[in-house]
Design a binder for this molecule. Structure first.
Ligand code: MG
Length: 301
C-alpha cells in the first residue's frame, strides 16, 4: 500500500503498486538469506542460515522445510538448466541434480579450502560467479569457527571443465552480486570486516570483458544508508533493488536512489519471482515478506 513505499524520484511511482501490500509470508527464522524462485514449481527456496536449513514457501503450501541440515547454505541461484546452485558456508559450491543428488562443483582453490561462499549468480554462458568472504568461518552461528586460508576473493567457476579463476581479489568482504540485464556490468556488494567498528560497505560495479571471463574497473557504484547492501537483484530496466537497514532501496543504473520499500526489519537479500517475476521476495532478518511491484526481474540475455 502507499504506506509501504517512499517515493524519492517520481519515476519510482510507476514501479510500485499503491494497492499491493507488503505481506508477511513467514516468521520465527534465525536469519534469512539466499532466496531463489522456482517458477516451474511456483515456490521460493530460502536459507534459514543459523538454523542450518533451507526453507520452501509456496502460496498454497506455506512454509515447509526443503533441506535440513543444509551445510549452512547461504546464497542460491539456478543454472541455465534450472538446477539449484548453492553456496555452503562449509566451503562448497554445489549443484542439486534433477534426481536430488548433490554434486560438489568447487571446494578449494590453489589447493586450499574455500572460506564460506556467500552469494552466487550464473551467467548466460553457464559460468558460476560467487563471493567467498570469511564470514562463515568467523562464528559458530553461521557455519563454524575455523581458520580462513584464502583471501576474500570473487571467483568464476566454469562447470564445463571445472576451472576456477579469481576475477577480483581486492575485497575485504565480497557479498551479493548480480549482472546488469545485458551482462556488460557486474554489481558486487562489499560488506567489509564483520567486526570492524566502521566496516567498509558499498556496492561496486565492474565492467565485464568482451569474452565474458574477466572484470575491469570496480568503482564505487552506490553506498546504501541506513544499513548496508548485503544482496540485490536487477530489474528488466537495469535498476538495482538492494537490501538496506530500513527496507529495500531501488537504485538507478546511474547510482541514484529512486525509492524505497519500507520493511520493519533489516533486509539482507531479495529475489524477484511470482507471476511474471514481478513479486519481490524480501529476507528481513527473521521474517519473510513479499510485495508485488510493477517491474519485472531481469531475465538473462
Ligand atoms: Mg550475502
Amino acid at each position: 500500500m502507499a504506506d509501504d513505499y517512499e517515493i524519492i524520484d517520481k519515476s519510482f511511482k510507476r514501479m510500485v503498486l499503491p494497492n499491493a501490500a507488503l505481506t508477511k509470508l513467514g516468521e520465527g527464522f534465525g536469519w534469512l538469506e539466499g532466496p531463489v524462485w522456482f517458477a516451474d514449481q511456483q515456490c521460493l527456496l530460502v536459507s534459514d542460515l543459523p538454523n542450518d536449513r533451507v526453507m520452501r514457501w509456496s502460496l498454497s503450501g506455506g512454509i515447509s522445510v526443503f533441506r535440513e541440515p543444509s551445510g549452512f547454505e547461504n546464497g542460491h541461484t539456478r543454472d541455465m538448466q534450472g538446477r539449484l546452485i548453492s553456496c555452503s558456508h562449509g566451503g562448497r559450491i554445489t549443484r542439486t541434480e534433477v534426481d536430488g543428488r548433490i554434486t560438489v562443483l568447487a571446494d578449494r582453490y590453489d589447493g586450499k579450502p574455500l572460506n564460506s561462499p556467500n552469494d552466487v549468480v550464473v551467467k548466460s554462458d553457464g559460468t558460476i560467479w560467487f563471493s567467498d568472504p570469511p564470514y562463515g568461518t568467523n562464528t559458530d552461528y553461521e557455519g563454524g569457527k575455523r581458520e580462513a586460508f584464502l583471501p576474500a576473493n570473487l571467483y568464476r567457476l566454469d562447470p564445463a571443465d571445472g576451472s576456477l579463476a579469481v576475477v577480483a581479489d581486492d575485497f575485504e568482504g565480497p557479498n551479493g552480486l548480480a549482472f546488469s540485464p545485458d551482462e556488460s556490468k557486474l554489481y558486487v556488494a562489499e560488506t567489509g570486516g564483520q567486526f570492524d567498528a566502521e566496516p567498509t560497505q558499498y556496492i561496486r560495479v565492474f565492467d565485464v570483458s568482451a569474452d565474458g571471463a574477466r572484470l575491469g574497473g570496480g568503482r564505487k557504484f552506490h553506498t546504501v544508508s541506513p544499513g548496508n547492501s548485503d544482496g540485490f537483484r536487477v530489474d528488466e530496466e537495469g535498476n538495482v533493488w538492494t537490501s538496506a537497514g530500513d527496507g529495500v532501496h531501488c537504485v538507478s543504473p546511474s547510482g541514484d536512489v529512486l525509492g524505497k520499500i519500507k520493511v520493519p526489519f533489516t533486509v539482507a537479500n531479495v529475489e524477484f519471482g511470482g507471476r511474471n517475476r514481478a513479486q519481490l521476495f524480501i529476507c528481513a532478518s527473521h521474517t519473510l515478506y513479499a510485495i508485488y511491484t510493477n517491474v519485472r526481474g531481469a531475465r538473462r540475455p
